[in-house]
Ligand binder design. Structure first.
Ligand SMILES: *Cc1c(COP(=O)(O)O)cnc(C)c1O
Length: 435
């Protein structure tokens, strides 16, 4: 049997309806932004393989570092032991993560990074105010989150995510969350009131800063977010910035939180953390959080960990990725991609100025560009996304719209010619849309 037939016989793919599923494409190798399939077709990976690839695929520098580390120490239990890659990476991350974070807790993906953050924040209040002997819970034990949020697929992460098609089967099992809209000029005053009223029972606020990724690359403005964070902080609510998608330059700054005056108490990292080479999650926190766990009472220990916590290969990959990220050429790349996105928006708006626009809400922040196809409802189950993926693949460009939300988020090594080709594909798609 060939690979596709064996895949169809034995494998179950993520986020993929299984009935009438199109054959997956077998990718045999990748280099820079280019994916190669079995037939020798090439595709520009315009979405960084689900937002993880920063410096391009199969990067020789990262590969070499992983190889050297694999010959040295591939894995060791992280309770009672430590190793240089984990400590080096913690130091380097703390240099760049937003706010005054002073500790790193490792896990293995974005969902676990948010689970760790939620548990850390909830147990913080337990450690300070809970009383096991008296059977007394802390008053603050609910989470505040945004509507339309996405924080991962495990139960805690699902609970603080939007009640959507992703979570439908589990609604009665998800814990109660206070959901609010993302802030705008119009609603900020009302949001502040809601937060003030709910505050006595709120342990923490989790948010995707400035861009809601899986919710459809929805963007909201820093000034209103700062106004909201001001109130949240005033109410002594722990702020958790989920930078799993927005981290490591995606929004034009190292972190989306760098656009904000108010800094988080906890930061979640994954996806681009290893440059997209290995699974790794990290949750950073401030002294305030950490200190609540430094106590004689063993019941106040943070009883959480994963088999592969701080895997040395993954930490090494992350260190190598940070080396590359901090190079001037990478920082320049992030800047020119951001400028090119703005320019492309102007071009599109001009091109479609005289006609009914086939798109809605064209927007960009840093290296991310997104719009909705003006057809049907703005929702994940809108089928145009699947069609667009097919049309673009035929042009040699890979995108995977979220419903009718088309977006790009390229690796920083994309060449001007490749990015032009991505834009040309979008342009052609829109030009032909109503024909
Ligand atoms: C992707 C994502 C997650 C979940 O990360 P996984 O590694 O897929 O579990 C969490 N939060 C945000 C903001 C994400 O974009």
């Amino acid at each position: 049997m060939d690979l596709i037939a064996r895949d169809r016989a034995f494998v179950w793919h993520p986020f993929t309806p299984q009935k009438d599923m199109a054959n997956p494409i077998a990718i045999t190798k990748a280099n820079g932004t280019i994916l190669y399939d079995e037939q020798g077709n090439t595709y520009i990976d315009a979405i960084s393989s689900w937002w993880v690839t920063l410096h391009g695929h199969a990067h020789p520098y990262i590969a070499q570092k992983i190889y050297e580390q694999a010959l040295q120490l591939e894995q060791v239990i992280f309770a009672g032991f430590t190793h240089a890659p984990a400590v080096d990476l913690a130091e380097k991350l703390l240099d760049i993560v937003p706010g005054n974070c002073s500790r790193i807790f490792y896990s293995d993906n974005g969902s676990t990074a948010t689970e760790v953050a939620l548990k850390m924040a909830i147990q913080y209040w337990w450690n300070k105010e809970g009383d096991y002997a008296a059977g007394q819970l802390p008053k603050r034990n609910k989470i505040l989150a945004f509507k339309n949020a996405y924080h991962g697929d495990t139960f805690g992460a699902m609970s603080v995510s939007d009640r959507s098609v992703f979570t439908l089967a589990f609604h009665n099992l998800l814990f109660e969350v206070v959901f609010i809209d993302t802030p705008t000029a119009e609603n900020i005053a009302a949001l502040q009131t809601t937060v003030q009223q709910a505050a006595p029972e709120i342990a923490a606020f989790i948010y995707e800063p400035l861009v809601q990724g899986a919710g459809g690359m929805k963007m909201y403005e820093a000034v209103y977010m700062d106004a909201l964070l001001h109130t949240v902080k005033e109410q002594d609510i722990i702020c958790i910035a989920d930078e799993v998608m927005t981290g490591f330059g995606r929004t034009g700054k190292f972190f989306a939180s760098d656009y904000l005056q108010h800094t988080p108490d906890i930061v979640c990292l994954s996806k681009g953390l290893t440059g997209g080479t290995m699974a790794l999650g990290a949750t950073a926190c401030t002294d305030r959080i950490y200190e609540a766990y430094v106590t004689d009472d063993k019941l106040k220990t943070f009883f959480h960990g994963h088999s592969f916590t701080a895997n040395p290969l993954a930490c090494t990959a992350a260190l190598a990725s940070l080396d590359l990220l901090l190079q001037p050429q990478t920082l320049n790349a992030i800047e020119w991609i951001a400028a090119a996105n703005k320019h492309f928006i102007t071009q599109l708006e001009n091109a479609f100025a005289q006609q009914t626009k086939p798109y809605r809400n064209l927007r960009t922040l840093g290296t991310i560009l997104a719009f909705e196809i003006a057809e049907g409802k703005d929702e994940y189950l809108n089928n145009v996304g699947t069609l667009i993926t097919q049309l673009n693949l035929a042009q040699g460009v890979y995108m995977r719209p979220l419903g009718n939300t088309v977006y790009i988020m390229p690796p920083y090594c994309i060449t001007p010619a490749e990015l032009e080709k991505v834009y040309a594909t979008i342009n052609q798609l829109l030009t032909n849309w109503n024909k």
